[in-house]
Design a protein around this ligand. Structure first.
Ligand code: COA
Length: 201
């Protein structure tokens, strides 16, 4: 299977509608499990705007898009992403191709590109209930660094230092733990309503 999959940067002839379709289909199982995420719900035009200035990569089986992953260069202000860093997002593989190493090919390609662009930190985030993605990113060498309260769910932010990690493991775990306690104390998620401030502040 892998040998016929090719990873390329999205060429002009692949439309943002196709990218949207792959994301939407890949997230079907998540939706069924109640694992909602904001990016897969964006329209094709919104996706294009989201990646504007970044790089959209696709996994191709012949002329069919079977997977997606984007790398966007940003300026960060948090302890884990201060300065120039890479934000990796829109990871998706069509259900028929899942579990066959397609995401691994995509991710390895994106990480090589990040090194070529001299990025030293990459971050990702996903719904705290997306255990598959969280497990994959741990295997890829990511650390859980922050907790985030989105509109209707909590996200876990992960970071990977591409050269040497400047922090000790206990420090990273401590910062994540503090961030989680802070977010869970400040917000709660209420069915139908989403994020609610616990103390009105
Ligand atoms: C999550 C998703 C992208 C994974 O794609 P995939 O092509 O099925 O993943 P792969 O086949 O490459 O990975 C399979 C295995 O290799 C591991 N793996 C993948 N890339 C790896 C890497 N670079 N290093 C080490 N291990 C890796 C994974 O942990 C996984 O292990 P498992 O068999 O124990 O589960 C895909 O299932 C999907 O689209 N899910 C729905 C959408 C979604 O949740 N996207 C993430 C949004 S943040």
């Amino acid at each position: 299977m892998n040998s016929k999959i090719q990873i390329i940067e999205k060429p002009e002839f692949i439309s943002w509608d196709e990218i949207h379709d792959v994301l939407w289909k890949a997230h079907e199982q998540n939706r069924q499990k109640g694992i909602v995420m904001q990016l897969p719900a964006l329209s094709a035009a919104e996706l294009q705007k989201h990646v504007d200035g970044g790089k959209m990569f696709v996994a191709m089986d012949g002329n069919k898009v079977v997977g997606t992953l984007a790398l966007i260069i940003k300026e960060g202000k948090q302890w884990y992403n201060k300065g120039r860093y890479g934000y990796v997002c829109l990871g998706a593989v069509l259900p028929d191709y899942s579990g066959k190493g397609v995401f691994r090919l995509l991710y390895d390609y994106v990480e090589k590109e990040a090194l070529r662009l001299k990025l030293t930190v990459l971050t990702r985030d996903t719904n705290e209930k997306n255990s598959r993605m969280l497990k994959i990113s741990k295997k890829e060498g990511y650390h859980f660094v922050a907790y985030r309260a989105c509109r209707d769910h909590f996200n876990i932010v992960r970071a990977k230092w591409l050269n040497e990690c400047p922090y000790s493991l206990w420090y990273i775990k401590f910062r994540f733990y503090i961030s989680k306690i802070y977010m869970k104390t400040r917000f709660k998620m209420v069915p139908e309503k989403g994020r609610i401030k616990r103390f009105g502040i």
